[in-house]
Design a protein around this ligand. Structure first.
Ligand code: GLU
Length: 553
């Protein structure tokens, strides 16, 4: 045994499996040519950021663009400081609420599926240690006994010396060249140590790689002897992810571009372990306009940074995904115009069409997108989704909608399923206001008239209407009756005629319907009034009109 081999045994006496064993445990996936394997690999912070949802959507789409692509969820929980109790469930729930279901990986609390697990890094200690042991054997990793103070000392010395680069490398790396006997003595004395990479990089070299979103990138090679295993034997993110992406057979690493600066290190780690380097696609962060400038959407400052914001406001998942697709690929909107009814999954997503600078988040745009999405849903779909939302977030609304399902569905059916459906609902928390005049529990009448209409005229119109209306009339009969009210009361049923000679009339049929609409709904603008009257029924309409007449007396 040479010194490296002896050191490896000394450091990892209980690790018996070799990298080859793991190659057999996690064999190549044998997928069809070109199939992509990608992942979402969050830390369990108990919070799913919109950027995380975006990244996982992109990652999943990247794999689904190929025949038997695989998208998996790995939980990177090696940093105990960032972890919160059951942070995993929050992430899975967050993804699930937006329809992002991984093919394999962590599926729930203590629940996994797939042959490449465990998919939670805290459960893979032995794998990392086996690979680390092998690196030690090959002289590519070594124990470092430097304490926090010593590391600070090195930093201070570097600052004093004015070195270009700071950190643990080259001659500054005090433990890099200890002899085996020195290492052995410290280990046997119980000195705590980390395991560091013996970097093979040089400050004179640059590495080049092609990022699928950002294009060609060139950066200085890594020269730092980074920590692979912490003093407790737990790997750092850098080391763990390289081992995992190799053994989980990841072909494409899709993630936030805050990791670009780590790519030189990552490439070096893959190479040190003898692994094929995956392809990279680094996503720019979602930005927000702030005081005329742009900044990253922030977990601390922006409620809309958390996906729970969308769930709580009641944006349907289809709307959020549709919006994220518009910011993911610039050609999505044109595709949507040409393919109005196509499912989102039919969109030919292309990583190369992603913005390399970072999309601007726009809540108004999301609302518009969502109004479109909701406008083409059936009344049944709107009912089911709104009820599900209300059940969680608005008990009063839930009770009203479910107390009379047919009525609620009737409300949602108004002006729906036509060539030009109304686009007035963006999210379910707007429903209560939208339906309020259908439910006396929610309805507060308001009898304010438009300026051009006198109370006296309003009263006369309503009195006349009260005599003729019938909630069971078909639409034509209903409208004929309204037109017939016009002339005797000084209005005209003909809008053109009114425009030609406005002095001759008090108003036109539009004003007459506005007065009726206001009396029944207290709004100038509503969906089809005939349908509203039919739904409210004779008694309720009659009573509302009578109350309005009283107000105008
Ligand atoms: N765990 C890392 C994070 O929290 C994942 C980075 C990667 O995808 O490689 O963002």
């Amino acid at each position: 045994m040479n010194d490296n081999e002896k050191l490896a045994e000394l450091l990892f006496p209980n690790i018996t499996k070799t990298p080859e064993d793991y190659e057999n445990i996690y064999p190549e996936r044998g997928l069809s040519e070109g199939a992509r394997v990608s992942r979402f690999a969050p830390s369990p912070t108990g919070f799913l950021h919109l950027g995380g949802l975006f990244a996982s959507m992109i990652s999943q789409l990247t794999t689904k663009a190929t025949d038997d692509g695989v998208f998996f969820l790995r939980i990177e929980d090696t940093d105990k400081k960032r972890e919160i109790d059951d942070g995993v469930s929050a992430i899975i729930k967050g993804l699930d609420e937006f329809g992002i279901v991984p093919d394999e990986g962590v599926m729930g609390f203590e629940k996994e599926s797939g042959a490449y697990g465990p998919y939670q890094q805290s459960k893979r200690k032995d794998v990392y240690q086996a690979i680390a042991k092998n690196l030690v054997k090959q002289g590519m990793a070594y124990p470092c006994f430097c304490s926090e103070e010593e590391l600070n000392e090195i930093r201070a010395e570097q600052e004093k010396a004015g070195t270009d680069i700071q950190g643990y490398f080259g001659e500054w790396a005090r433990c890099r060249n200890l002899t085996f006997d020195e290492q052995k003595a410290k280990i046997e004395a119980g000195c705590p140590y980390t395991l560091r990479l013996r970097s093979m990089g040089s400050a004179d070299n640059r590495i080049k790689f092609e990022d699928m979103i950002k294009g060609k990138i060139e950066m200085p090679e890594n020269i730092q002897d980074v920590v692979l295993l912490k003093t407790d034997g737990i790997p750092t993110y850098h080391f763990a992810h390289a081992v995992d992406d190799h053994f989980m057979r990841t072909t494409h690493v899709v993630r936030g571009d805050e990791w670009i600066s780590s790519v030189p290190l990552h490439i070096q780690l893959f190479k040190a372990c003898g692994y094929r380097v995956p392809k990279y696609a680094h996503i720019s962060p979602i930005m927000k306009e702030d005081n005329g400038g742009k900044r990253k959407l922030s977990k601390r400052k922006d409620p809309e940074a958390s996906v729970s914001f969308y769930t709580e406001s009641g944006y349907p998942k289809e709307s959020v995904i549709e919006y994220l697709l518009t910011i993911a690929n610039s050609n999505f909107e044109d595709w949507r115009k040409a393919n109005k009814d196509a499912p989102q999954s039919a969109f030919p997503f292309n990583l190369k069409k992603m913005s390399s600078s970072g999309a601007l988040f726009d809540l108004n745009k999301l609302n518009d997108v969502s109004k479109n999405v909701i406008s083409v849903m059936t009344a049944e779909q709107v009912y089911d989704k709104a009820v599900k939302w209300a059940q969680a977030f608005d008990e009063e609304l839930y009770k009203l909608l479910t107390a009379d399902e047919a009525k609620a569905k009737g409300i949602f059916a108004i002006d729906r399923g036509t060539a030009k459906p109304r686009k007035d609902i963006a999210k379910w928390d707007e429903i209560k206001d939208y339906v309020s005049f259908f439910y006396n529990e929610l309805y507060t009448p308001c009898y304010e008239l438009p300026e051009n209409i006198a109370k006296e005229d309003a009263k006369e119109i309503l009195e006349a209407y009260l005599n003729v209306f019938d909630a069971n009339d078909d639409k034509d009969t209903w409208f004929e009756k309204i037109k017939a009210l016009c002339e005797p009361l000084g209005f005209t049923p003909n809008v053109k005629e009114y425009k030609k000679n406005p002095e001759a009339f008090k108003g036109h049929v539009g004003d007459v319907s506005t007065i009726i609409r206001l009396a029944i709904t207290s709004r100038k603008n509503t969906p089809d009034l005939h349908s509203i009257i039919a739904l409210l029924g004779n008694e309720e309409v009659k009573s509302r009109i009578e109350k309005a007449i009283n107000e105008y007396k």
